[in-house]
Design a protein around this ligand. Structure first.
Ligand code: Z5A
Length: 212
């Protein structure tokens, strides 16, 4: 294609509590960017298809028990095993929409009481997102959506702690979106923010690394 050497895809991350609407918005954003002619892929972490991902999946389903530090490092390893593919996709012009990333890693593990700086350390050197979209919803509202499954973290009390961790973690660069609005209104805000970001990356905004 006609990409100049510096032109690339954007790394867009969606974060938020369980049931905030990440899956819904990822798939809508994917279709929207595709319709505009962009090359786009939608990914999610944990990637349960790898060997590490299967260990994580079994842990989340309460089929295995792991020390809190151990599972934290497995979540991080699951991102590291995708890092080089991520970089080559972005450099070849593919925009990646990612449902959960390092911020989930830090927010969920620190909500269990692990030290936040310790939690960030294994994420250093992973690719930094060009945009973090935080779908903001209170734990109570999210729980009302129903569909909390049987997985380990799907409990109101724990989600309250996660919400607190996200508050500590987020910075001014995050785009906070009111996730309690109707799906179409959330989508509209997501679209507006993402277009500027994709455009900057097409123009050659350099890739950077965590932890920023
Ligand atoms: N975890 C971790 O500890 N460390 C890490 O490093 C990583 C993750 C990466 C993985 O869960 C768990 O691993 C997760 C964090 C932890 N634990 N928790 N909790 P997952 O990725 O498999 O599950 P999830 O991310 O929590 O996703 P989810 O339950 O599928 O939720 P969602 O994708 O955000 O929401 P949704 O499926 O789009 O929507 C939920 C429902 O609400 C659905 O019925 C929608 O139709 C509805 N919805 C969506 N938007 C709206 C609006 N705007 N209004 C009304 N209703 C809506």
């Amino acid at each position: 294609n006609n990409l100049s050497s510096d032109s690339r895809g954007a790394l867009i991350v969606l974060e938020g509590l369980d049931r905030c609407g990440k899956t819904t918005q990822s798939s809508r954003l994917l279709s929207y960017l595709e319709e505009l002619g962009h090359t786009v892929e939608s990914w999610r972490f944990p990637d349960r298809t790898t060997n590490v991902g299967q260990m994580i999946s079994s842990y989340l389903a309460n089929k295995s028990h792991l020390d809190d530090h151990t599972i934290h490092l497995l979540f991080s390893a699951n991102r590291w095993e995708k890092r080089s593919l991520m970089e080559s996709k972005l450099k070849s012009g593919t925009t990646l929409i990612i449902d959960r990333y390092s911020y989930s890693g830090v927010a969920f593990s620190s909500a269990k009481g692990l030290n936040m700086e310790w939690c960030k350390a294994p994420e250093i050197g992973l690719l930094a997102p060009d945009l973090v979209l935080y779908l903001d919803i209170s734990p109570e509202n999210a729980a009302e959506r129903g569909g909390y499954g049987e997985e380990r973290y799907e409990k109101l009390e724990f989600q309250k702690k996660v919400a607190q961790s996200y508050k500590t973690l987020r910075d001014a660069s995050w785009k906070i979106i009111d996730a309690t609005l109707p799906i179409e209104d959330v989508e509209k805000q997501v679209r507006e923010t993402v277009l500027n970001c994709v455009e900057a990356c097409v123009k050659g905004k350099p890739l950077s690394e965590l932890w920023l």
